[in-house]
Design a protein around this ligand. Sequence first.
Ligand SMILES: Cc1cc2nc3c(=O)[nH]c(=O)nc-3n(C[C@H](O)[C@H](O)[C@H](O)COP(=O)(O)OP(=O)(O)OC[C@H]3O[C@@H](n4cnc5c(N)ncnc54)[C@H](O)[C@@H]3O)c2cc1C
Length: 555
Amino acid sequence: MVQIPPPGLTAFGPDFPFAFDEWLDHEAGLGSVPDHVMGSEIAIVGGGVAGMVAGYELMKLGLKPIIYEISRMGGRLRSVPFPKSPGVVAELGGMRFPLSGSSLWKYIDMLGLESRPFPNPLSETAGSTVVELAGEAHFARSMDDLPAIFHEVANAWETALEDDANLGQIQAAMANRDAAEVHRLWDPIVKRWDDRTFYDFIATSPEFSRLSYRHREVFGQVGFGTGGWDSDFPNSMLEILRVVMAAFEDDQRYIVGGAEKIPRGIWAHEPDSLVGHRAGTSLSGLNGGVTRPGVTAIARGADGQFDVTDRWGRTSSFPAVLVTTQSWLMTTSIDVEESLFSHKVWMALDRTRYMPSSKTFVMVDRPFWNDIDPQTGRPMMSMTLTDRNTRGTYLLDNGPDQPAVILLSYAWQSDAMKLLSMNASDRAELALDALAAIYPNTDVRSHIVGEPITVSWETDPDFLGAFKSAMPGHYRYNHRMYSHFMQADNPPAQRGIFIAGDDVSWTPGWAEGAVQTALNAVWGIVNHLGGASHPNNPGPGDVFAEFGPVALPDD
Ligand SMILES: Cc1cc2nc3c(=O)[nH]c(=O)nc-3n(C[C@H](O)[C@H](O)[C@H](O)COP(=O)(O)OP(=O)(O)OC[C@H]3O[C@@H](n4cnc5c(N)ncnc54)[C@H](O)[C@@H]3O)c2cc1C
């Protein structure tokens, strides 16, 4: 629904406009460490994409990253095979990756993974979409087929973004990679919108306030592309603006065979060029083919190093440690010595707030939804957005007559909480009943093979939530966490432990943000060990004083 972004637009900011993709591409590499630390083991807690990216880049610089993972490698890029057809997967976490997430795509391309356009609502790939609101269903092959109210909402949203958030100019500055201009335009928005919610933006925008309450409801349902945006209404407006500015809702692709191939691929990948290790070295090789167990404690040892203790009681000592788990785990399941972070940082780590999210999948015998309903002349089923509790239903085709997947329900916030006590079968039944009300002529059940697969990330003790979703007033917490890799001014007791990952990022819920924070941590660790970037290829920390995120006062 949003205007076409300018060519070349990537997630270059807006908070920290730094070209991570160019840093990665540069022939000089990401820097170097002194000879005496070459080969040093660095602890990386968490085997998701952030841990793997950081580990991979540190390995290329001659260090020996040791990856600790408590459960399944891949973290929130989790692709679970259906037992009856293991080539067919349910994407429990990240499933659609915008091309503007250019750092993540460096790794996807490095691994040569096949990707295809994701069938988002109203996209050409989806073929058709049904939007059902308040019992009224609208069938559409594109936005043009929807009634006038949807167009009024789309226009109001575009105008509000232009008038209240300077969208066009900021996107142009991001596309041009003009860091100073991005700051000039974005920083006043940070100050203006940190305290205010997404709903506030909608309710008070002159464009929307001319329209009816019903328009807001429609917007909450259809949003600006992927649906379900009323779940985000209580969030800080800044979170929404970042997604729009970086065009994360556009040009999204999925990874054939599953997104988990990204972290697993990085783990196994042997870089063409690396220092200090023999050719053919990979993270997997350095770690003996297996990650270490979950971490239970991190403390400063008597020698000033970090003592990392795993679940079986083995303690190893490291000069630096990178924690990529959800930050809440550092005050719940991992015993992290309090003196390692300032109280202000602890406050941020703990006040961070997570979005609950659930997904329920079934495998079906074939993409039967492409059959034409003789009564309506339309496909038997379409990509579906509804105010019923399924919220978003996605149809994932693997080719004609091949087993296919239906993501029956992708829900967030209170829609996800309603399902918490239900098992997979009950969740699937609930979703199928909702879909039967929308498609009375379609018997989905008769196509299902095997058992449903479901997830609620908030019930998993290794995550406690799906991804960060900042509340109004949380900018300063985000800022403390994001900037934590800049440690030169910290007291010595607070140096050498680093954080990265989804909830450290400015764009939680998007793997690109996790990758960017991992690269910040690489810079931080290299500098902590006495290394530096190559002068021809300054890293994020080298330009942070000039282009880092605007600071808001605490006092
Ligand atoms: C439902 C959902 C939908 C999403 N959709 C998208 C999408 O469409 N597109 C997109 O780009 N992004 C999406 N995301 C976000 C994306 O998945 C994340 O940004 C990314 O996977 C986070 O990577 P990470 O490495 O920061 O964290 P994680 O992947 O969570 O990695 C952290 C790891 O730490 C491990 N761990 C926890 N405790 C310990 C311990 N004590 N010791 C050792 N290891 C531990 C965990 O098991 C986990 O593997 C989605 C996420 C979810 C949950």
